[in-house]
Write a protein that binds this ligand. Structure first.
Ligand code: NDP
Ligand code: 2IT
Length: 446
């Protein structure tokens, strides 16, 4: 790291205390773009990094709601409008008790570069709340979503800020929030993506993050003359993203050996396939949030309190949450002969874990590239809404595939151009940075 970059990072840590996830995301990014700053002093004299790291706007608000017993609760709502240089703020909303401002800043920061990589005109943003949807009734979820929107509505709009789902926010929550927005504004617009198919949603959006991650892995394997067929996969999580990835891996002839939940993980030696993949949707809807249910249903082994990274597989696709794969996990996977890892979750690998993969020559795709298929398909939903014309599933999937191939090639070529061939982390960070930074330079002091 150059002196300039390490000073900058120290400044970010001092100015944003107690936000370790945000520090981590910024550190990974700065390590990649240091070389660009050396080759292009014009960015440095414009203080472009200092400007990029500071979100354009953060909105924090009170969300009061009443439970079914009539007790009053208060949660905190937040929206980080990170960067609008290349389009309206765009990014999901997360409801999870672990959500802090630092979580949403890390996610909004990464979203800015991810969205740039998609080639679609979307800026970066992220929102959410420390509300815990687990164990809540449908009515409680609805009341919470309506209260959340009673404030958020004044900050979003189809040309301003377009939210979507993330952990704890799926089709149901998007429906309740969209419904409330429509009532308040008296406008039917594409202000959310991930909408229901009957009211403006795009086909393939639910599958898109998982599909896109597998398409990206497929492209990485191709560079070594290999394919998905016959390969074994370790997946973590069992939500929307893991479901989409499992579907596509099966279609392409791979075998999914593991899934995980907050309670532990399962190994299915016959592969998670057919009705077992459909079962994941049922399990997520059941609100039980325990993968042990899968083990009971299909009579496979369950490993309580453990993560799936000790299992021997060719490819790993983490699909749950940030920092779910650490240095020891990485060493274990490498020892067992892992050839490729695609991050479908956002920042699932710790910085130390990533370095193990990098040094072992594992094909490694960072979340901002490998999981960009979700937001890319959100971008396609926005296009369809603007045209007031839906596309077929085949059409959306074809465009998604083309976008993922393009992101892959862009990362690979950019990594090569800046002296680290095969390093997708550098490629993704630099390519995303260049697009956003150049737009900011064109727009004056923004
Ligand atoms: P889900 O809500 O379906 O699954 C997330 C799982 O992670 C849950 O089982 C959750 O269990 C577990 N988890 C464990 N620890 C944490 C923690 N600290 N914070 C949050 N969750 C935790 O989410 P999705 O499948 O939608 O998303 C999975 C990942 O993919 C996330 O990283 C998300 O940001 C990313 N992603 C999602 C996209 C989308 O379109 N949905 C697009 C791109 C990326 P528990 O609640 O019990 O902790
Ligand atoms: O992390 C992500 O890219 C998402 N949760 C999807 C965002 C979106 O706007 O579709």
């Amino acid at each position: 790291m150059t002196e300039y970059i390490s000073k900058l990072l120290a400044g970010v840590k001092a100015k944003n205390p107690a936000e370790p996830e945000f520090h981590q995301a910024v550190e990974e990014f700065l390590e990649s773009v240091a070389i660009v700053m050396e080759r292009h002093p014009e960015y440095r004299s414009a203080n472009i990094l200092e400007r990029l790291i500071e979100p354009e706007r953060i909105i924090i608000f009170r969300v009061p709601w009443m439970n079914d017993q009539g007790d009053i609760h208060v949660n905190r709502g937040m929206r980080v409008e990170y960067n609008s240089a290349i389009g309206p703020y765009k990014g999901g909303i997360r409801f999870h008790p672990s959500v802090t401002l630092g979580t949403l800043k890390f996610l909004g920061f990464e979203q800015t570069f991810k969205n740039a990589l998609t080639t679609l005109p979307m800026g970066g943003g992220k929102g959410g709340s420390d509300f815990d949807p687990k164990g809540k009734s449908d009515n409680e979820i609805m009341r919470f979503c309506q209260s959340f929107m009673n404030e958020l509505f004044r900050h979003i709009g189809p040309d301003t800020d377009v939210p979507a789902g993330d952990i704890g926010v799926g089709g149901r929550e998007v429906g309740y929030m969209f419904g409330q927005y429509k009532r308040i504004k008296n406008e039917f617009t594409g202000v959310f993506t991930g909408k229901g198919i009957n009211w403006g949603g795009s086909l393939i959006r639910p599958e898109a993050t998982g599909f896109g991650a597998v398409y990206f892995v497929q492209e990485m394997l191709k560079t070594k003359g290999q394919g998905i067929e016959g390969k074994t996969f370790a997946l973590s999580g069992f939500g929307n993203v893991a479901w989409g990835a499992a579907l596509k891996i099966n279609q392409l002839g791979g075998k999914v050996l593991t899934l995980s939940g907050p309670d532990g993980f399962i190994i299915d030696p016959d592969g998670v396939k057919g009705e077992k993949v459909d079962y994941l949707l049922k399990l997520r809807k059941s609100n039980k949030d325990a993968i042990e249910e899968y083990a009971k249903e299909f009579k496979v082994e369950f490993f309580p309190g453990k993560r799936p990274w000790g299992v021997k597989v060719d490819v790993a696709i983490p699909c749950a949450t940030q920092n779910e794969l650490n240095e020891n996990d990485a060493k274990e996977l490498v020892k067992n002969g892992l050839t490729c890892l695609g991050e479908a979750a956002n920042m699932p690998t710790t910085l130390e874990g990533y370095k193990v993969f990098r040094d072992a020559g594992v094909l490694f795709a960072p979340g901002k590239a490998a999981n960009a298929g979700g937001v890319a398909t959100s971008g396609l939903e926005m296009s369809q809404n603007s045209m007031r014309l839906p596309w077929s599933a085949v059409e959306v999937d074809k465009r998604l595939h083309e976008i993922m191939v393009r992101i892959h090639n862009n990362c690979l070529q950019t990594a090569e151009r800046f002296g680290t061939p095969g390093n997708y982390v550098n490629g993704a960070n630099i390519a995303g940075f260049l697009k956003v930074a150049d737009a900011m330079m064109d727009q004056g002091l923004v």
